[in-house]
Ligand binder design. Sequence first.
Ligand SMILES: O=C(O)c1ccccc1NCC(=O)[C@H](O)[C@H](O)COP(=O)(O)O
Length: 214
Amino acid sequence: MHDIKIKICGLTNLKDIYSICKLNINSIGFIFYKKSPRYINIKLAIKLSKIIPPFINIVALFVNEKKKKIIKILNNLPISIIQFHGNESIKFCNKISKILKKPFIKVMHIKNNTKFKDILKYKNKLKKNLFFRGLLLDTFNKNYGGSGKSFNINIIKKNSSKFIISGGINLSNIKNIIKKIRPYAIDISSSIEKYIRKKNINKIRKLIKIVKNK
Ligand SMILES: O=C(O)c1ccccc1NCC(=O)[C@H](O)[C@H](O)COP(=O)(O)O
C-alpha cells in the first residue's frame, strides 16, 4: 500500500510553518489569490519560505491569475509545484509551466452532478502535457476553495486512478476517505484551523497519525 501524501494549504505565519515542518507532511501551500482569507503577498511568502527545510515542497496556488504575476512570483520564490485552482485552461497551465519549467497540478471543482467519467476525461486531457503532475479534486464553491465542504466521494472508484483529494477533509471523515479511495494525496485547509490564518497543530498531528498510520 502506498504512503498517502499530505499537503497543508493556506499557511500564513512563521509559527505555524515552524511547527508543521517538524511533522510528517509533504507539502505546504501558499495562496496567492487576493480574495482568499488565507492570501499572502510575495514579501511575506519570501519570509516564510526561508524557514522551510529541504524535502518539504512549497506549492504556489493561483486562481485565474495573470501570466505576468505568476511568473513574477515563481521567479522570486523556491516553489516546487504550481497549483492552478481556478478555471484556467489546460493550454494556459501548460504554457506557464513550460516557461517556468515547473510542474503543475490542476484543480477540478466537483459539482453534485459530476460523473466519474467526466473526471477521467479531464485527467486524460491533462496527462498529455509534460509538466502535468496531478489532478486535485475539490468541492465546487463560488469562492473556488477553502470551503470546508466535502463532495460525494462515492463517485470515485477505488484505486482506479491516483487523485489528490480535497474539500472538507476533517478528522471525522478522513478514515472513510482512505478506506474508500486511498488517494495519492490529501489537501486540507479549513478544518485544521483554530481560526482563519492560524492552524491547529494538535489537529494536524491527529490527522497525520490517521493518514500515515503511525
Ligand atoms: O483555502 C482557501 O482560502 C482557498 C481559496 C481559494 C481557492 C483555493 C483555496 N484553497 C485551496 C486548497 O488547496 C484547499 O486546501 C482546498 O480548497 C480544501 O480546502 P478545505 O475544504 O478548507 O479543506
